[in-house]
Design a protein around this ligand. Sequence first.
Ligand code: PLP
Length: 419
Amino acid sequence: AEAHAAYAAARPRSAEIHARARELLPGGNTRSVLFYTPFPTAMVRGEGCRLWDADGHEYLDLLGEYTAGLFGHSEQRILDAVRGALERGINLASVGEAEARLAGLIVGRFPSIELVRFTNSGTEANLMALAAARGFTGRVKTMVMRGGYHGGVLTFASERNPVNVPIPLAFTDYNDPEAAMRDILAEGEELAAVLVEPMLGSGGCIPASREFLQALRDATRQTGAVLIFDEVMTSRHGRGGLQERLGVIPDMTTLGKYMAGGMSFGAFGGRADIMSVFDGHRPGTLPHAGTFNNNVWSMAAGCVAMGEIFDSPTAEALFARGEALRTALNAACAGVPMQFTGHGSMLNVHFRRGPITGPYAATEAENKLRELFFFDMLGMGIYLARRGMAALSLPVTEADCARYVAAVEEFAAARQPLL
Ligand code: PLP
């Protein structure tokens, strides 16, 4: 209550913006992830990895738009690409050169992708990948992980989520290779697809073990189910995504977030024989339409983002910066029940000791600490996801990382009695 009061007192303008929005939008927003009590901070401007809110506070942006903001808020080459595309005409109801160029950049990077198609979001990419798997196999059921997240309508924290699209589902546990093998083999030829994040993103930056992903690979090979890696968030972890880093190659991959330089984007791709279900040259083609699938600003920004900026050394340097930061953060909170999990530039705080290998039901005390952590960090001028995730963007420097480590040390010292 004290943290909320201090937060609210410093943000009268954000409070006003929220009050007005609440009259028109349920909960005052249009993205559930941005909801928190008493009201969310309204940002009005961003530059590089800095943000300014409506009440004039400046923040170090370590949220990086939940991974979509990889290039920061003012990367000149992205801005030029978007402006240039829009000046040539706002969408032309036509195919364009940029589309095939961006496809080439993606196919050239991801070992699992021989053919690719674009969507407006990661959610759509996953829905279309599942459609492809069903069309290709002639089967209907999809296996997902308990605690997995693949978009607003594919949210598996609970097995019975009324918001999910009505597809027949089977569940297995994250990071349990024996259970996964057993569950997939038990489904046998019922199963069209297995959909998995190679690191749980929204579930708390919890990496999958190589053994677990390999078990999924081996079991799906045996039953003929299509193995889909959702790399919407994790594709940033190397030139060819986390799949290349871990050496487990799925049949299909879904992408999104940062790849169009921060413009709306999604993509799904995979083996040529599977993706050919969308080939209009063939009889019985599956439909995949979408007004904005190849919108000119996303395609143009994507070519620059993936073709010029996020090259292999840049991806490796970002990964290394994140690994170093996570190591430093964990050193800073050694001795208290607090730790940071993740891979590379994505990390999440947890308030418990011991290895974290899968989703868990947080206690009331853990939830309170997580909330306190978020508000304390905001108070120190550091912007994170409410759930405690950070996703570094390219403009984040070593000095910025050091500032986060110092803030975590301060939190651990000041809140010691509660930990
Ligand atoms: N898949 C994963 C792993 C995600 O983290 C997200 C979004 O956070 C999505 C899919 C959905 O992407 P979008 O929000 O672009 O629909």
